[in-house]
Write a protein that binds this ligand. Sequence first.
Ligand code: 4AD
Ligand code: MG
Length: 434
Amino acid sequence: MLDMYSKCMHVASAFKREGNEVVIKGWIYRKRSSGGKQFIVVRDRTGTIQCVADKGKISNEEWESLDKAYVESSVIVKGLVKKDERAPGGAELDINEIKVVHSGEQFPITEYQSTEFLLDKRHLWLRSQKMTAAMKVRSYIFKYARQYLDKQGFFEITPPIITTVGGETGANLFGVDYFGEKAFLTESSQLYAEAMIYSLEKVYSFAPSFRAEKSRTVKHLAEYWHLEPEMAYFDNNSSMKLQEGLVSYMANKLAEKHADLLEPFGVKAEDLLKIRPPFKRISYGEAIEFLQSKGSDKKWGDDFGVEEEKLLTENEDKPIFVYNWPKEIKAFYMPENPDDPKTVLCADMLAPHGHGEIIGGSQREWRYEKLLERMKELHMDPERYSWYLELRKYGSVPHAGFGLGIERVIKWLLNLDHIRDAIPFPRMINRLSP
Ligand code: 4AD
Ligand code: MG
């Protein structure tokens, strides 16, 4: 008798066991019957296989429970793997025994549903083939990011999520009532990562960041996963080298090992293999000139939006860096460029084909007086940042770091229309549930 704990194998392995009896556990993906036979397609995390039940071959009880089962009912199936050229995958399972583990109710998602409905049913829609592939890619991206930084000698650190510092990125913050004191959900772990380079030298945090931006764009989440490396004795150039190495590694590993997961998104592995250092670098000044030559009315000092990012990258196959931005539109901790004090030593990485900014990074002001001066210019309260300032009082060192938005990277690599499909349960201005 089949039971929940019967030894089983995954669908992908079952295909390799032609002529043998196997047990698989999964969910009914499709279902139909004709002339004393029931056909079910069973899916598990590795694939789908057609299984055929013959009325004369299984018990009445089994036949009826299968008959009553729905799409998405969970099942355990024992059967013979038979070659069949007509079946998808070239084989099907001839059922000897079947157990419907949970028949449940009619699955609410049918073929043509609105985007909003699918977002309301996100907890169920995650079972779809496309979301399954996207979530696998997400997991691999996390793995390869850590793998690369590990190979480069980094320590992973864990920053606090509830903080009192913040406001440096210009985004609005989510407030938290912390036992009567005003606190925030962090917008970036950078300041804490900076504190840890004095002992660990090369660190990264991989944690959620929160932005209470009322944006309705296809690239803004209110909660996203932020990879933030910080390195002692690095400057803006060595930081850019690390960034292009990291991004290329993630793209190349996906292409080399998981081309099958790219297919549902129409992405070619060969295109991701072309993502190799070095990436093109242009200064902010050159970017403005280029934009103006393309008819843009942006002037020196303006920040870039979707349009500008698109114009700058439309003919690129790899990401590009735009470096040394105007001081006025960047954060307080970015040091002045000695060769052009209107600008600061920083760089944004823009993904090709209009996917836009995926990394923001800079050298950090490591001199106490200079940092304090800049904070005063910006009317920031040094008291609130006292611990951060104090880092510059004892053995301060030049350093640099950057923040990479993981969902932005996934959106670009899979060429997704919207960033929400790069995260299982998106938090956006109009969505907090499920
Ligand atoms: O450019 P940002 O705001 O930079 C910082 O927060 C720095 N403190 C990072 C650092 O140097 N450690 O954010 C960094 C990246 C962006 O380039 C983008 O990829 C991502 O975070 N990001 C978002 N991703 C999704 N939704 C949002 N609302 C995002 N805002 C930023
Ligand atoms: Mg930025």
